[in-house]
Design a protein around this ligand. Structure first.
Ligand SMILES: Nc1ncnc2c1ncn2[C@@H]1O[C@H](COP(=O)(O)OP(=O)(O)O)[C@@H](O)[C@H]1O
Ligand SMILES: Nc1ccn([C@@H]2O[C@H](COP(=O)(O)OP(=O)(O)O)[C@@H](O)[C@H]2O)c(=O)n1
Length: 233
């Protein structure tokens, strides 16, 4: 038996608060797959830009950070840790000051090309039989040949309510920020309509467990369920 087969790639895109990272992480665990949160790398670069004190609107200055951008994902039992230049930024990249500027680095084309190379390497090098990769342009740009391609959506009010429940007591501010970030991001990549061959999964009326199950079912329908007779063992 050979173990050198390419990993099964499950690509998940969608707007902020649709459940991409939490659902993808849980589905990956259930499938025994690896998990890659591509937004964390964009956040890592935004953190790095703030740390370096550069003007986020200066695309040349942002481009200038790429050559020395040392981004690492270190697997850990409670969830992967991410580091930039040796500093553990797992928590820091979730801070509102980073969220507020991440779209500015994500809109620079050279940033996207450089990070896409990193993502494709991480996908290739996964030691797992599969990997769930989530972001905005995974189904269309990073891994258009993924075996399973999902656009995870939910109505905006529901996404805002989910985000507000976890983040901040100021629902109005959360709503404004989420809508503004989606608007800025949507100018760069279209993650609001499913490309050809991409399955739309609308979680507006699904609870968390039901959404995870829908992803797992889609994977099993496509690549088989190894726990069933005749599965790919
Ligand atoms: N189907 C669902 N039902 C209820 N809550 C959900 C559902 N999907 C995700 N959530 C919750 O919504 C919040 C936002 O999810 P998250 O994974 O951070 O979204 P994204 O990565 O798309 O921004 C999290 O608190 C998550 O637990
Ligand atoms: N594949 C990706 C992933 C994230 N991003 C950018 O990175 C930011 C943070 O992504 P994220 O997935 O952590 O954001 P949330 O949807 O979890 O709030 C997004 O707002 C985009 O600007 C991107 O441009 N392309």
């Amino acid at each position: 038996m050979t173990t050198t087969a390419s990993p099964v790639v499950v690509a998940v895109d969608g707007p902020a608060g649709s459940g991409k990272s939490s659902v993808s992480r849980a589905a990956a665990r259930e499938l025994g797959y690896d998990f890659l949160d591509t937004g964390a790398a964009y956040r890592g670069l935004a953190w790095h830009a703030l740390d370096a004190g550069i003007d986020l609107d200066d695309a040349d200055a942002v481009r200038g950070l790429l050559a020395a951008f040392d981004y690492r994902v270190v697997p850990a039992p409670g969830g992967a840790h991410v580091s930039v230049g040796g500093a553990d930024v797992t928590e820091a990249i979730r801070e509102p000051r980073v969220t507020a500027v991440v779209s500015s680095v994500a809109r620079v084309p050279e940033v996207r090309v450089a990070l896409n190379d990193v993502f494709r390497r991480l996908i290739r090098e996964t030691p797992s039989p599969g990997i769930v990769v989530e972001g905005r342009d995974i189904t269309t740009v990073v891994a258009p040949d993924a075996q399973v391609r999902i656009l995870l959506t939910a109505d905006e009010e529901v996404r805002i309510a989910r985000r507000a429940a976890e983040l901040t007591p100021d629902q109005a501010a959360t709503a404004r920020q989420l809508a503004e970030r989606d608007k800025a991001d949507a100018k760069v990549v279209d993650f609001l309509t499913a490309a050809d061959g991409v399955t739309t999964l609308d979680s507006t009326h699904l609870n968390f467990a039901e959404t995870i199950q829908a992803v797992v079912d889609l994977v099993h329908d496509t690549v088989g369920d190894p726990t069933e007779d005749g599965g790919a063992l």
